[in-house]
Design a protein around this ligand. Structure first.
Ligand code: ADP
Ligand code: ZN
Length: 284
């Protein structure tokens, strides 16, 4: 039996599966402070005998095996979670192998093995929601190095009609600051899901997303890019992003057929938890 934790800033999803990764039981726990949230996590896993647990966590986190704080959530503003030794706490309680990566890396792995990128060796998973984050599998391996990718913070060029300054406290015009859900809502003064019919909203959004996808494409040359998260529920964005990317790339390098290259998740909300189960299995 394998265990999985998709640890998000709003909720933790915990699940256990059989050896074939069929989910047997799952629970959703509100993310409050570690003492409270982790007690409920333990309460869930105490009922089972798991061989390994895979964790895909909100970040930033320390994934560097050479680091003294490997397995920690690092400098999050979320109360109580900064410098929290997540892997250590799980190991202390269960003494089994623990797989550890970002929530978006886990989602990329899930989609590669069981979802929209089955049969391929590389893909990127980008979530466009409250924030923007990306994970990647490259040549069958999760992309990690000194740290983990922070794809949401690549710089973009402002759209000439966009008067919104951006809201990333660190960077003047990074992707997350101008294109995540809260930026859309601040720019237009309305909830993003109430803006479906306003074409300029999605043209500007696609203009930014395509710039980031160009950067990812030029650097990683993935076989597929999966766009998920709440904002991407606006499916009219997909053709706009493809068109804009094609324009930006200007035929400089060849890309896969764009309808197959830029796609929605096939696993929906299960991408992360599926990836965490795969991570658990791989950690043995
Ligand atoms: P989170 O990023 O917190 O995990 P989501 O991926 O659902 O959660 O992202 C939430 C953001 O996505 C909010 O800013 C919200 O306004 C936006 N969002 C959610 N659903 C939609 C939708 N159907 N259309 C456009 N934007 C949406
Ligand atoms: Zn930023």
């Amino acid at each position: 039996m394998y265990g999985a934790i998709e640890a998000g800033g709003t909720k933790f999803v915990c699940a256990v599966s059989d050896e074939k990764l069929n989910i047997l039981e799952r629970v959703s726990i509100k993310t409050t402070v570690p003492a409270e949230t982790m007690n409920l996590v333990f309460e869930f896993f105490d009922k089972f005998k798991v061989e390994a647990v895979g964790i895909g966590s909100f970040g930033p986190i320390d994934v560097n095996k050479k680091s003294k704080t490997y397995g920690y959530i690092t400098n999050t503003p979320k109360k109580g979670w900064a410098n929290y030794d997540f892997v250590g706490a799980m190991k202390k309680r269960y003494n089994v192998p623990i797989g550890w990566t970002t929530d978006v890396n886990a989602a990329a792995l899930g989609e590669l093995k069981k979802g929209a990128a089955v049969g391929l060796d590389s893909c990127i998973y980008l979530t466009v929601g409250t924030g923007i984050g990306g994970g990647a599998v490259v040549n069958g391996k999760l992309l990690e190095g000194y740290g983990h990718p922070e794809m949401g913070h690549v710089l973009v060029r402002k759209h000439e009609a966009d008067k919104y300054a951006g809201n990333c406290p660190f960077h003047e015009t990074c992707l997350e600051g101008v294109a995540a859900g809260p930026a859309i809502e601040a720019r237009w003064g309305k909830k993003a899901y109430d803006l479906t019919d306003k074409d300029e909203v999605w043209e500007i959004e696609a203009y930014y997303l395509a710039q980031a996808l160009m950067t990812y494409t030029l650097i990683l040359s993935p076989e597929r890019i999966i766009l998920g998260g709440g904002v991407m529920k606006q499916l009219q964005l997909f053709p706009l992003v493809r068109k804009e990317l094609e324009k930006l790339m200007a035929n400089y390098v060849s890309m896969p057929n764009l309808d197959e290259y830029i796609v929605p998740p096939a696993l929906g909300d299960n991408a992360g938890i599926t990836g965490c189960l795969l991570l658990a299995k791989d950690s043995i």
